[in-house]
Design a protein around this ligand. Sequence first.
Ligand code: PGA
Length: 231
Amino acid sequence: MFVVGNWKANGSMQLCDEFVNAIVIPESTDVIVCAPSIYSQYIAAKHIPGLKVGAQDCSKFDNGAYTGNITARMLHELGVQYCLINHSERIKYHNEGVEDAISTIIQCLTHSVVPILCIDFNDVDAIEATLSPYQSFVSEVMIAYEPVSAIGTGVQPSCDEIHNILTSIKNYGFKKVLYGGSVNKVNINELIKIKSLDGVLVGGASLNVNEFNQIIQTCAGAQTNAYSKHH
Ligand code: PGA
C-alpha cells in the first residue's frame, strides 16, 4: 500500500525535523513524502529507512534557460524518486494542461522519477476522454484519482463510487491507482476496505506527523489482514 503525503506550499525546517524524527515506516508500506522541493534534499539526505521522497511538480523541460524551474534530472540527482504531476492546484493556479503533463511525464521517465499523475472526473463515462492522452504510459505512470470536490473539503465520494472509478482506471491498463481528497486518520479505516485501492494521497493530514503515522499504520494493518486472508 502506498501512502503519499503532499505538503503543498506548507511546512518549515522545523516540520522537516519533526517529520524525520517521528515518522514510523512499516516494511509493508511505501511511504512517500512530497515536501516542497527546497526541503526535499534535506529530507532525502537523512536516509530514513523505507522513506521515499517525492516532488509536487517538476519542469516539463530538460535543463536550460527556464528561470524558476526545477528539472527531473535535478530531482533524481538529489534522491527524489516520485513526482506528482498535474495536481488540480497546478491546473487552477498555473494553467497546466494535458500537453504540459505529457512533457513532464516524459522528463520524469527519462530521469528515473516515477510520475504520479493526478486526475479527476465525476463520471465513469469521462474516463476514456481523460485517460486516452496517457495511453502509452499505462505501465510506467501511477494514477492518483483526486476529485476536486474532495480536496480539502472533508466531502468524499462513497467507497463504492471510488471503487468503480479506480476499477475503470485499472481496466484501462494502469497498474497502481491511489485515491486522494480529505483522507484522514478516521476515514482511512473505511478507505482501506476498497479492493481496487493501492494507496492514498494525503494533503492536510500529512502535515501532522502523528496523524500521518496513524494513517500509515492503518494501511500497514490492512495489508497484513489482506495477507492473512489469503494464506
Ligand atoms: P487534502 O489534499 O488531503 O488536504 O484534501 C489532497 C491533495 O490535494 O493532494
